[in-house]
Design a protein around this ligand. Structure first.
Ligand SMILES: [Mg+2]
Length: 253
């Protein structure tokens, strides 16, 4: 019996590879941003995509007759600075949406002051941990101080037990407090009812736990879910790297 390579994780062996897929004109494409189209960085403000990558995304959108959306946990105003304005953009996990060429409103509702105050109190002595305010969503970043993760998770559970319209979401070196209605799966259901998306096969590509509800929704709709990078996932396909994602985008054009 041939021994399996120790360099292949079980997930990679059991999941289909993105290279077995080709971009087809009847697809509707949903793309996460950080970790999917752009590499993860310690400083989220420094993350971006190249002019060539932006042009490729616009070519894909044209190929799909507009059925392409970027869906991110970033604040919509922040996301809009990093991706072409000619695309559908869903920010704050789909809570706020901008149609192609529509201007993103400068003012979005903020998170409740009482919630922000509680989170500030929780992290005030945790050096390297910071709260990002993304409209109504609060994101605690601890990439620079991962030792605080257990305390943050416990503290957030306790805080959010007092805010019934909020839930917590644990991602890659981040814990977010987000309104119950903010989820990427809901965004996909909403987009698939629009004329330019309806009747197509939905494809979701993402890298983090925040993408799992979207993976479930596209598979329920007969589509395909693609997980980028290692880790457990409900997705049927895997892209090992961001480069594989761009190769898929280039296929079929
Ligand atoms: Mg991501």
């Amino acid at each position: 019996m041939v021994a399996r390579s120790v360099f292949c994780s079980p997930e990679v062996l059991i999941m289909n590879r993105i290279s077995s897929l080709t971009l087809k004109p009847n697809m509707a494409l949903f793309l996460d941003f950080d970790g999917t189209l752009a590499p993860l960085c310690d400083d989220p403000d420094s993350v971006g995509i190249s002019a060539e990558q932006s042009a490729l995304l616009m070519d894909c959108a044209e190929h799909l007759e507009g059925a392409l959306a970027i869906i991110s946990g970033r604040d919509l105003r922040d996301l809009a600075k990093r991706v072409p304005s000619g695309l559908w953009r869903g920010g704050n996990h789909g809570l706020f949406i901008a149609a192609p060429d529509k201007i993103v409103p400068p003012d979005l509702p903020a998170m409740p002051n009482a919630l922000a105050t509680k989170i500030d109190e929780l992290i005030k002595d945790m050096e390297g941990v910071w709260l990002e305010r993304k409209g109504p969503v609060g994101a605690i970043h601890f990439r620079a101080a991962p030792q605080f993760e257990p305390d943050i998770l416990k503290g957030m559970d306790s805080i959010l037990s007092r805010f019934s319209d909020y839930k917590s979401q644990h991602g890659n070196m981040i814990v977010e407090a987000k309104p119950l209605s903010a989820d990427k799966g809901g965004f996909i259901r909403q987009q698939m009812r629009r004329r330019s998306f309806s009747g197509r096969t939905p494809i979701m590509i993402g890298d983090d736990t925040t993408d799992e509800d979207a993976f479930s929704v596209v598979q329920e709709m007969g589509g395909k879910a693609i997980k980028v990078g290692p880790g457990n996932s409900g997705a049927q396909y895997r892209a090992e790297t961001i480069t594989d994602v761009y190769s898929f985008l280039r296929s079929g054009i």
